[in-house]
Design a protein around this ligand. Structure first.
Ligand SMILES: [Zn+2]
Length: 347
């Protein structure tokens, strides 16, 4: 009798806001829980929690037996309360893995959060402040596409990530400034579950390198998610050249495009400012425009010119518009004016 009562109470709790996705990876409909931490989690994360039994004890909401004390804790805590506590001080550029990331990254995240409590107490954070990390990543050769092991060094003092072609090389092959760098997980693109794309600026143009990691230690510090990626068609500056299909990547205010998703160099990029500075996104194309094979147009208005894009589907179009709106509606930061000047719009 009591058993049924507890189960019913738990299923009720699962419907509360915040409890409808996994507390650790945002997977929908979690049906496991840590009854010591008071969070609802997915099956995959429950496996990670099981490895830290001194911090977390897990049970299935549906299959296990619960007692009154445990159910009370779930009721008084829950995912929203727990996040407010355990995620209160996440550094702004910390990459929070989600359910699509590899288990290694998710385990690092869960341990940092509950075992080391890094995001409650800043002083417990992994010593990024030690400022130096070194590791090996498998890097894809630009010409032959083969992956070779390369030494990467992250130094905070210099604000740079470097890599070396030979282990004993004195000079790095590339120095990437952290402020101009992003890394995102791209398992499908790279064909490895730990595949990572590092994007950085070299001589004012965007360069990609593709790597995969085995230990993941270098990675969370560098990563943030792109706002959106995918194919669109675009015209050139005169808007008479016809539309060409290109791969677009939107990294905050930078919209970059590539002929192929695995290209090392961006063909061009567009800075997306704010509405206060006369940037606008409009649904559709000007009426005189033709030559697009795809029907769902988008016009970006910048102080200098209009950029015309066409999407294959309406849902794509709406997602791109939402991504553009998001940055356009946010006022520009002082340092972004410098970026705007720096990124002279390229054709
Ligand atoms: Zn999860």
């Amino acid at each position: 009798m009591a058993k049924e009562k507890y189960k019913k109470a738990l299923l009720e709790l699962l419907r509360r806001e915040g409890n409808d996705v996994c507390a650790d990876c945002d997977a929908p409909d979690p049906d496991w829980a840590s009854h010591t931490l008071g969070v609802f989690i997915c099956l995959n994360c429950s496996g990670i929690h099981r490895n830290i039994p001194h911090v977390s004890k897990v049970k299935s909401v549906r299959l296990d037996e619960w007692d009154n004390v445990q159910v009370e804790l779930m009721a008084s805590s829950g995912n929203s309360v727990s996040k407010a506590k355990y995620e209160s001080k996440i550094p702004p550029f910390y990459y929070k893995p989600t359910f699509s990331d590899c288990p290694l990254l998710r385990e690092q995240w869960i341990r940092a959060k509950y075992e080391r409590k890094e995001f409650i107490y800043i002083e417990k954070q992994e010593p990024y402040s030690a400022g130096y990390r070194e590791g090996f990543l498998w890097k894809r050769g630009r010409d032959n596409g083969q992956f070779l092991s390369r030494k990467f060094v992250l130094t905070e003092r210099e604000g740079a990530l470097k890599y070396y072609n030979k282990n004993d090389a004195k000079e790095p092959k590339a120095i990437m400034k952290i402020e101009h760098l992003n890394a995102t997980f791209q398992p499908a693109k790279i064909g490895n579950p730990h595949g990572l794309q590092i994007t950085y600026l070299k001589d004012n143009s965007t360069r990609n390198i593709f790597v995969y990691h085995e230990d993941g230690k270098l990675v969370p510090k560098l990563s943030r998610n792109y706002l959106k990626e995918g194919y669109m068609e675009k015209t050139g500056p005169k808007q008479t050249e016809g539309f060409k299909k290109r791969w677009f990547t939107m990294d905050d205010r930078r919209l970059m495009y590539f002929k192929d998703p695995l290209d090392a160099f961006a063909r061009g990029e567009v800075f997306i400012g704010s509405k206060e500075n006369s940037y606008k996104v409009l649904e559709g194309l000007p009426p005189s425009i033709q030559g697009n094979h795809w029907q769902h147009g988008i016009t970006i208005v910048t102080p200098d010119r209009k950029f015309l894009f066409a999407c294959e589907t309406e849902s794509d179009q709406l997602e791109w518009i939402a991504a553009f709106q998001k940055v356009i509606s946010r006022p520009m930061l002082p340092q972004e004016y410098a970026v705007e000047a720096h990124f002279k719009h390229k054709p």
